[in-house]
Design a protein around this ligand. Structure first.
Ligand code: NIG
Ligand code: FE
Length: 401
């Protein structure tokens, strides 16, 4: 089935730029784009179904490349504690934080996790997201990490969204391994990752490199195992302190290093040379009331591609709108609306290893796009949330919500 989408303007994001096409036409054949350009230059298309987009602005479908959408319970009580002055690290040290979500996630059935995650994911989809990455990391044993990853897979089967599942078993130390971090890392590398990978549940491997989580040596072991299993890696790095996890990630050709507020210029040089994407998470920066900004100038100077994501999670970023994160990236991190949109499209695709097929509107790419009733592309980073009028097309078919 061939469809012509016309009477629209396009911000194609080809080469990471808006790349504006006014009075554009897009032709899709099945799930792919077969032609895109100025309408008056379009060659005859033969038998085609035509959709009039009434002057809307078309962008690639938004890609949320870092989320923890699947979890049990929530932590609004800890939010209140932090407002009283207790820090994230103090809450974690007292057995709250990630550990409390681990207890709630282990206690939840797969169906319960599915139901609550689906509710959250629908918020993202209503906001124009067509691809999402979902991490495990609140199970921290084989059975419960498997449960989370299975929920991630099911979400992709039942909702109009492409899901990439990332195993984040090295997120925190489970209680049964208290004071035995090296043993837990050995368990991840020897048992958990091989089993979960063999079950086809893992698209990438992530870890939390931080003084209150895992050291660079421990993360390196996880990366080596991922490499042996043929899986790409990513890393939570330099969120609260500088351990140079982002340089380690670059050394292992990681798809991305994420957070990065405390990274150094040397880290940026390493990431730029390796093509490792910097995934910035302004929701977590905001929600934790951080003050150390990621080094934007160093990232730009050394040619590091910058992506923006929600980090949707119960502890540090209960963010249900990727567009709101675009605004925060501009307001808090001084990105331009153009950089922010590239960060939620083409650079986010690269952070998931999908840039060949997703993230920009070009011939041969997957026909995932959103037609927005806005005046200019910058409006996407301008409005603070809300439900913008839009039409969402995934794999060449319009989604209905
Ligand atoms: O991306 N940094 C570590 N992981 C999450 C937070 C998880 C939590 O507090 O539940 C993050 O911010
Ligand atoms: Fe995260």
């Amino acid at each position: 089935m061939k469809t012509l989408w016309q009477h629209c303007h396009v911000a194609s994001m080809a080469h990471g730029q808006y790349s504006i096409i006014e009075d554009a036409a897009i032709v899709t054949e099945g799930a792919h784009i077969s032609w895109i350009g100025t309408r008056t230059e379009m060659p005859p298309q033969g038998d085609v179904q035509t959709v009039d987009l009434n002057g809307m602005w078309v962008t690639p479908g938004l890609i949320d490349c870092h989320t923890h959408t699947v979890f049990g319970g929530n932590r609004s009580g800890e939010f209140e504690q932090r407002l009283q002055g207790v820090s994230y690290a103090e809450i974690a040290a007292a057995g709250g934080g990630i550990a409390s979500t681990v207890r709630a996630t282990r206690a939840a059935s797969e169906d319960q996790l599915y139901t609550s995650a689906e509710r959250r994911l629908k918020h993202l989809l209503k906001d124009g997201v067509t691809t999402v990455e979902i991490k495990s990391g609140y199970g921290l044993d084989l059975e419960n990490e498997r449960k989370m990853l299975r929920v991630a897979r099911r979400l992709g089967e039942h909702l109009p969204v492409t899901v990439r599942a990332t195993c984040l078993a090295a997120h925190a130390l489970p209680p049964e391994y208290k004071d035995r971090a090296d043993d837990y890392i050995n368990h991840i590398c020897g048992e958990m990752l091989p089993a979960l990978a063999a079950e086809g549940l893992v698209d990438a491997v992530d870890a939390f490199c931080e003084y209150l989580a895992f050291s660079t040596d421990q993360v390196e072991q996880v990366f080596i195992t991922a490499g042996q299993l043929g899986l790409p890696v990513k890393l939570h790095a330099e969120q609260l302190s500088s351990l140079h996890g982002s340089s380690l990630a670059a050394r292992y050709q990681a798809l991305s290093a994420d957070h990065l507020e405390f990274m150094t210029e040397e880290d940026a040089i390493a990431m730029g040379a390796a093509g490792t994407v910097a995934v910035l998470l302004p929701g977590a920066f905001y929600f934790l009331r951080e003050t150390q900004l990621p080094p934007m100038d160093a990232l730009r100077k050394h040619g590091v591609n910058i992506a923006i994501a929600t980090d949707l999670n119960p502890g540090t970023s209960p963010g249900l709108s990727l567009r709101l994160m675009l605004n925060m990236a501009c307001t808090l991190f001084r990105m331009t609306p153009e950089e922010a949109l590239a960060g939620a499209t083409i650079h986010a695709a690269k952070a998931l290893g999908m840039a060949e097929t997703h993230g920009s509107l070009e011939v041969g790419k997957v026909a995932d796009f959103v037609a927005w009733n806005i005046e200019r592309p910058a409006d996407l980073a301008y409005w603070l949330g809300g439900d913008l009028e839009k039409r969402v097309v995934r794999h060449g078919i319009e989604s209905t919500f």
